[in-house]
Design a protein around this ligand. Structure first.
Ligand code: HH2
Length: 285
């Protein structure tokens, strides 16, 4: 069964929810809501990686994320694993100390040389994501020979690098990095041929939520892209995605529940029949 990773952005400038949950209390409350909606993992981030975004100093990123991770990973928290969306060792270390179980690094351990060793030492889960270039410039004419082949080769190389740094292979998940140094055609090709990445033998994380390619296809503003987000996530699940990183947890969870039954990936349960009263009625033919 695919899992939904709910996004908790503690940033003033994230592309779809920037500023909404900058206050720690609101971010924590939002995390609880996402779990109630069906999130099985919460991904807490304190730096926007949207195209053109400026980097944030580690001290600020840490200040934003650490209290939120601590509250969401606490014994009286919503009870799901917490992920820290960062490329900085200092931020990742504070989050791991605060109870995070996973480091989601959009640079696939290339941004800060200390992240790999930290993850190896702590034995945490790691998401290695593909990105061409860096957020400030990644959308300036990205070029690939074959986007799926190139992303696959990159991820294979990053698995090797992670293992060489001491990270256990079974702790690694992979992500094609939808929107990170990719044109509309590149994003569509990756989603269409996602199955090819399953050959790498590790769980696949996919992040299409409200992204620009959905806006390009639909003409819809960022907060009005739920339909496109649902469609792309259902198709990603059909193609083998294991973790879906989304803002709209309830809609995606419901869509994926139905899609997985249709795909024969999970048993069918007649919820309506089960909710009917159990008292017997006389049957008159
Ligand atoms: N996308 C974003 C951030 N982190 N991590 C993974 N593994 N995969 C993704 O596709 C991914 C990611 C960008 O989305 P968002 O967090 O909503 O926006 P922003 O970076 O502006 O905060």
């Amino acid at each position: 069964m695919a899992q939904v990773m709910g996004i908790v952005n503690v940033t003033p400038d994230s592309f779809s929810d920037g500023g909404l949950f900058l206050d720690a209390e609101r971010a924590i409350e939002h995390g609880h809501e996402l779990v109630a909606q069906g999130a099985a993992i919460l991904d807490v981030g304190g730096e926007s990686t949207r195209p053109g975004a400026d980097p944030v100093p580690a001290s600020i990123e840490l200040e934003r994320t650490e209290p939120v991770v601590r509250a969401l990973a606490a014994a009286d928290g919503p009870g799901v694993p917490v992920s820290i969306d960062t490329s900085k060792a200092e931020v990742a270390a504070a989050a791991l100390d605060a109870g995070a179980a996973l480091v989601n690094d959009v640079t696939a351990l290339r941004g800060d040389p200390d992240v790999a060793g930290l993850c190896a030492e702590r034995g945490c889960e790691v998401v290695l994501m593909h990105m061409l270039g860096e957020p400030r410039t990644m959308q300036d004419n990205p070029v690939y020979e074959d986007v799926v082949g190139d992303v696959k080769a990159f991820l294979a190389e990053r698995i090797e690098a992670a293992i060489a740094a001491g990270i256990a292979e079974e702790r690694i998940s992979l992500d094609p990095g939808i929107g990170f140094g990719k044109t509309l055609a590149h994003n569509l090709e990756l989603l269409r041929r996602l199955e090819e990445l399953a050959d790498l033998g590790r769980p696949l994380v996919v992040g299409t939520s409200r992204k620009r390619f959905i806006g390009a296809l639909t003409g819809r503003e960022v907060t009005d892209r739920v339909g496109g987000t649902v469609a792309s996530n259902v198709l990603a699940v059909a193609a083998g995605a294991d973790v879906l990183r989304v803002h709209d947890v309830q809609a995606v969870r419901q869509a994926v529940d139905v899609a997985e039954v249709i795909l024969g990936r999970r048993p069918w349960r007649d919820t309506l029949a089960e909710s009917k009263p159990t008292t017997t009625t006389t049957h008159r033919p």
